[in-house]
Design a protein around this ligand. Structure first.
Ligand SMILES: NC(=O)c1ccc[n+]([C@@H]2O[C@H](COP(=O)([O-])OP(=O)(O)OC[C@H]3O[C@@H](n4cnc5c(N)ncnc54)[C@H](O)[C@@H]3O)[C@@H](O)[C@H]2O)c1
Length: 288
């Protein structure tokens, strides 16, 4: 989708981090912007910033794991601005990081998979039929992760592998249908956002102990928050994303710092091994 000015973008998770940077960048491109977020103060702050810059903007309290909330966001955007041309299924959380995967509870799964994966399913089911109906050039962005393309090491990685697979299937089916709708599977590396403070928005009813952050995971989350703080600014990702939307790129990796791990995973798969750490030396080159 080359022409952005005057078109309408919807961005989820735009109260913070990359979603906020995307909303501001789309506004700078002259788009109308509709945003959804579960955190009301952050949502209001982004809407105010957009409006202060003269952008027609609307914000709606949305829990992306709820299909009716995503439908309500699409309805509100269409009512105010008309057809939706760009949908960014972006909201996400760090999810369960509190122990081995077999110890994760049903609520840990429901929260993490609900926000990171089901949200994208709801986004695809809501926005794509509306885009097909209006027939104009359009684009869907699904925020995946570098963890979508390296070996998964936690529940977050599981959800992000699923999101990139969903993006590939969507891209394939839209090509088959001859639809003028592009898809970008955005795979950010280490970006300076509040991702590892995602538990701030974990609904109490999806916790097992009535608190929304486990003690065991606290230290790891604080450490990772510090790691991200030294990462790429979200505004830089927004610039790369706009180029990918204009260039109709399916995969967008923000950088090449993770290349060795990407190669390691795929070589291990081709070698028939269960993981890089246990690849026997004589099969590491994929000779067998
Ligand atoms: N920061 C990174 O290094 C990095 C790397 C790869 C992928 N990502 C992905 O980028 C996306 C954006 O995250 P970020 O890094 O900007 O983090 P962030 O925490 O700064 O922003 C995420 C936003 O999503 C919102 N949100 C959380 N749960 C929600 C829900 N149930 N419904 C609606 N909104 C909800 C939060 O309130 C917040 O405004 C996520 O999908 C994340 O997985 C981030």
């Amino acid at each position: 989708m080359e022409e952005l000015a005057g078109k309408t973008a919807v961005v989820t998770g735009a109260g913070s981090g990359m979603g906020k940077a995307f909303a501001l960048r789309f506004a700078a491109e002259g788009m109308n912007v509709a945003i959804g977020d579960i955190q009301d103060d952050a949502l209001r702050a982004t809407v105010s910033e957009l409006e202060a810059g003269g952008t027609p903007a609307l914000g709606l309290h949305v829990d992306v794991s709820s299909p009716s909330d995503i439908e309500a966001l699409a309805d509100a955007a269409e009512k105010r601005f008309g057809p939706i041309h760009l949908a960014c299924n972006n909201a996400g959380v760090e999810g369960y990081l509190d122990g081995p995967i077999w110890e994760a509870t049903a609520k840990d799964w429901e929260w993490t998979v609900g926000v990171n994966f089901w949200s994208v399913v709801h986004g695809v089911r809501t926005f794509v039929p509306r885009m097909l109906a209006h027939g104009q050039p359009a684009h869907v962005v699904n925020t995946c992760s570098m963890t979508s393309v390296v070996q998964a090491t936690n529940m977050y990685g599981i959800t992000k592998h699923a999101v990139i697979a969903l993006s590939e299937v969507l891209w394939h089916d839209l090509r088959e249908a001859g639809a003028p709708i592009g898809v970008t599977a955005l795979c950010p590396g280490t970006i300076a956002t509040n991702l590892f403070h995602g538990s701030r928005n974990r609904p109490i009813e999806l916790t097992d102990d009535g608190g929304n952050i486990s003690d065991t995971g606290k230290e790891l989350r604080e450490h990772m928050h510090g790691v991200l703080a030294a990462g790429m600014p979200p505004s830089e990702v927004a610039g790369k994303l706009v180029a990918a939307i204009r260039g109709d790129g399916l995969y967008l990796l923000t950088d090449h710092e993770w290349d060795p791990q990407i190669i390691e995973r795929h070589e291990a798969i081709m070698a028939g091994a269960v993981g890089p750490a246990v690849v026997p030396e004589d099969t590491a080159g994929g000779a067998k």
